[in-house]
Design a binder for this molecule. Structure first.
Ligand SMILES: [Zn+2]
Ligand SMILES: [Zn+2]
Length: 372
């Protein structure tokens, strides 16, 4: 087994060193060997891990006692951080807070971790939007009005009065967390003075009263893609509330509701249209202009079309929201029976009925239809 270096020797202090002396020695060495200052230097990295491990033990009264009495053997089974596998962020988490506000790490640890609290995204907003049937089928642009929180233009979100800036919190040294000694361990908790912000505003911005955000009324144009279906949730990236701490803005969700049409119905990408035709048109066939999403188009009603027959108008449906596969218009023919007749119409129908009756012979009309 490889012999572990002796902890006091590593930190360059003697066995009677006070905790202040140990801390100060570690600070000096940690700054020297910190990987941020020695990028790519494996030897410095190894050294940094060693001294960090030594400090972990010697800064803890209990562990130090065990180490003094039994050496490395005495630390077996104690809660010991494994610096060989722990990331440097873990090491920071273990040590960063015990230095207090005068910490030489205060700034560069903060930066190297890319924002100590991890900034939060702004809240998302949701709006409901009703669009016409044709607008949804063909695509449209809609302008909506909403009120949201945006970065205060006066202080650019800092919350501090112009000419001043937020100051680092004295209680936590700007880290947003403080360490509390819970017996054996150091426990991190959110700094009660700054609520985890790490900074405090001494003179608040007059416009946002220090919040850094202001409510603003905005008109936002939403592009609604052709083919969108009823009850579709659209995400408009970054148009939600601004972040309170420098993170990205939230998103805006638009719930799209499509109004019903007077006579078109949608079935996937097909349009269904019920088309009343007269008995004469159905019987003799006709060429009629039929409304479609894309204007009026001519449709041939074949001779002898029955009520309920389906006629297909190719390519006259909706293009799917993915831009592929335009559907058809399906025309369901209904043969209309006139409720009122003019005298002349009635005469002609009487004549028609007479001829029909002669053709039927002794059969009923239904017997002819069913062929019995
Ligand atoms: Zn402001
Ligand atoms: Zn604080």
């Amino acid at each position: 087994m490889e012999a572990k270096p002796e902890f006091y020797g590593l930190l360059g202090v003697d066995r009677k060193a006070s905790s202040d002396e140990i801390r100060s020695a570690y600070r000096k060495l940690a700054l020297k060997y910190h990987p941020d200052r020695n990028p790519g230097d494996a030897e410095a990295e190894r050294k940094f891990k060693e001294i960090s491990e030594a400090y972990d033990v010697l800064s803890d009264e209990q562990k130090r006692k065990l180490y003094d009495q039994y050496g490395h053997e005495g630390l077996r089974g104690t809660a010991q951080r494994d610096f060989r596998t722990g990331s440097f962020e873990d090491i920071f988490a273990a040590f960063g807070d015990i230095f207090g506000e005068s910490s030489p790490f205060g700034d560069f640890f903060g930066q190297s971790r890319g924002g100590r609290r991890g900034s939060r995204r702004g809240a998302s907003l949701r709006v409901e939007l009703e669009v016409g049937f044709e607008e949804a089928a063909l695509g449209t642009k809609k302008t909506i009005e909403l009120t949201r929180h945006e970065l205060c233009g006066t202080c650019r979100g800092s919350g501090a009065k112009a000419g001043t800036s937020p100051v680092s919190c004295k209680s936590c040294g700007g880290r947003g967390v403080v360490a509390r000694n819970a017996g054996f361990f150091m426990v991190q908790q959110t700094c009660p003075s700054c609520g985890g912000e790490g900074t405090r505003i001494e003179v608040p911005c007059g416009d946002c009263r220090g919040a850094g955000l202001q409510r603003a009324k905005r008109e936002i144009e939403i592009s609604i893609p052709a083919g969108i279906e009823n009850a579709t949730r659209m995400r408009v990236g970054g148009q939600g509330e601004a972040s309170r701490d420098g993170g990205p803005s939230g998103d805006l969700y638009c719930d799209i509701y499509v109004k019903e049409h007077k006579y078109f119905k949608r079935q996937e990408n097909n349009i269904i249209l019920e088309l009343p035709v007269s008995f004469a048109q159905a019987a003799m066939g006709a060429e009629i202009d039929v409304p479609t999403l894309h204007g009026k188009h001519s449709l041939r009603i074949p001779r002898g079309t029955l009520s309920g027959a389906m006629l297909r108008m190719r390519g006259q449906g909706v293009t799917g929201v993915d831009g592929r596969g335009r559907g058809d218009q399906i025309v369901i023919v209904t043969v209309a029976v006139p409720a009122k007749l003019t005298k002349r119409q009635e005469e002609l129908l009487q004549e028609f009925a007479k001829i029909e009756l002669e053709n039927l012979g002794k059969k009923n009309w239904w017997e002819k239809v069913f062929g019995s």
